[in-house]
Design a protein around this ligand. Sequence first.
Ligand code: HEM
Length: 211
Amino acid sequence: MAGARHEGLTRVLPPVWLVYLIGFVPAVAYFTLGIMDRLGADPQNVLERALGLWALRFLVAGLAVTPLRRSFGLNLVRYRRAIGLLAFWYACLHLTVYLVLDQGLDGAAIWADILKRPYITVGMAAFTLLVPLAATSNAFSIRRLGAGWNRLHKLVYPAALLAALHFLMLVKAWPPEPLIYLALVAALLAYRIVEPRLRKPGARGRAAQAR
Ligand code: HEM
């Protein structure tokens, strides 16, 4: 009964291209406001932070796909690639703003910053882990890599953890937002460890294959 209801819901879900379209709305809005000089006293920092935050939001949303399906029967798996790629593109835009507007493409200064400021090092590590995932998020790579593709894409777990840590490290006090993101990422990763253990023994093997 519940399965049929969710099946019906899955049928009315919007097409994947709409997820991309809606997903890029914040970026377009922030760049437009930036061009119109309506991002306040420090527009570059507002833009940089907004893009970083959206990258993290999409990372969290991507991690939520499996728990939503397993625990609530809501199957959004067909959007997972779009959500993951949106996270990557937002991280690229975030990094680009940092490289161009923040550091003026000064290679030596950028390198020194990566080595000197731990939150930049951690952000860079998170971004680096996302690169092979984005590069293999296509049908050809999925076919080519076979089971290795699933193993490779588990890199999203440390990437999300590092991204949440990057957010926490750059704040001076302890505001709730970065702690909430870190807790969300930790909970979504813990789910992957705990949930298969709570399942019936027969379902475990299948769960491991599907993860
Ligand atoms: C997966 C990759 C990344 C994610 C998800 C991410 C996420 C974030 C988040 C959430 C913020 C804070 C936003 C806010 O305050 O509301 C932020 C700020 C920032 N990030 Fe990242 N980031 C990533 C990678 C990077 C990289 C590679 C760099 C540079 C090499 C970087 C440099 C910065 C800087 C400079 C700030 C602003 C700090 C400030 O305002 O003083 N990030 N990032």
